[in-house]
Design a binder for this molecule. Structure first.
Ligand code: IPE
Ligand code: IPE
Ligand code: MG
Length: 252
């Protein structure tokens, strides 16, 4: 009750009301609800995916303005292959469409594009668009825009375990001396800090096989808003809520 009254009187967050010394370094987003957004408007599901691209642009620019260093966007999971082929085919065309429109502006803003996921199974046109963007932005030093595409956390961890076993079998490492850092370095996210803040849109309260190791101490923020409707203001609201949280990591 008190919380509800407080939130009613709280000023709408803006870049100015956020505290500049507590900006999350890494924000990860499960961009969900495209299909339901489309359905609620009597449109085909793919129209939701298409509209979701504009939200990607809005949030990328907002993250850049805030000085966030890493933005990881869950775009396609290793489980999303279960969907009808027509929907998968549509989704696989979005990276090239997005980059054809936005790459020059991303470059102008010093954004570095990365991909976190498995190349196997992705159509060559999808990969090629991403690889071009990755190469052309490799030297950029601003926001890292990390697309989780054909990504699944269980596969990521299993592959890491397999690789460590292989290295041990070849005598390059001692199983007894294995550290968390050894494991982390071999994950697809190797080299990136863990997400400070995880956002999931569309009202689903689950992780759906996303960064399960890396999210161990992330702050979680959920909203009912469908991804195509997710605005800069929603994003600032999430960051503002993040700034009110006390992160304890098991301590006091
Ligand atoms: C998220 O929206 C995008 C992807 C998973 C690719 P959905 O397509 O899952 O939309 P809903 O959850 O069915 O509404
Ligand atoms: C998670 O959303 C994957 C992405 C947003 C890319 P899903 O819509 O696939 O998740 P579930 O099936 O509702 O758990
Ligand atoms: Mg969904």
């Amino acid at each position: 009750m008190l919380d509800r009254i407080r939130s009613r009187f709280r000023r709408k967050p803006s870049v100015k009301t956020l505290s500049p010394d507590n900006i999350p370094q890494h924000v990860a987003i499960i961009m969900d609800g495209n299909g339901r957004w489309a359905k609620s408007r009597g449109l085909p599901r793919v129209a939701g995916h298409h509209s979701g691209m504009k939200a990607v642009k809005r949030v990328t620019m907002a993250a850049d303005r805030l000085g966030i260093k890493y933005l990881t966007l869950y775009a396609f999971s290793t489980e999303n292959w279960k969907r009808p082929k027509s929907e998968v085919d549509f989704l696989m065309k979005l990276p090239q469409e997005f980059l054809a429109i936005e790459l020059e502006e991303l470059i102008a803003n010093n954004v570095q594009v990365r991909m976190m996921g498995y190349k196997e199974g992705l159509p060559s046109h999808t990969l090629q668009a991403l690889e071009t963007a990755i190469e052309r932005t490799a030297g950029n030093t601003g926001l890292v825009l990390n697309f989780a595409l054909n990504y699944g956390s269980r596969k990521e961890m299993m592959d890491t375990v397999r690789q460590l076993c292989q290295e041990a079998a070849e005598g390059h490492l001692q199983p007894g001396g294995l550290t968390e850092a050894d494991f982390e370095a071999r994950l697809l996210s190797g080299g990136m800090p863990d997400p400070d803040l995880l956002i999931r849109t569309s009202g689903e309260l689950r992780i759906s096989n996303f960064m399960m190791w890396q999210l161990a101490y992330s702050e979680l923020w959920f909203t009912e808003v469908y991804w195509p409707e997710f605005s800069e203001e929603h994003f600032l609201e999430a960051v503002s809520e993040y700034q009110r949280r006390a992160r304890r990591y098991g301590g006091l």
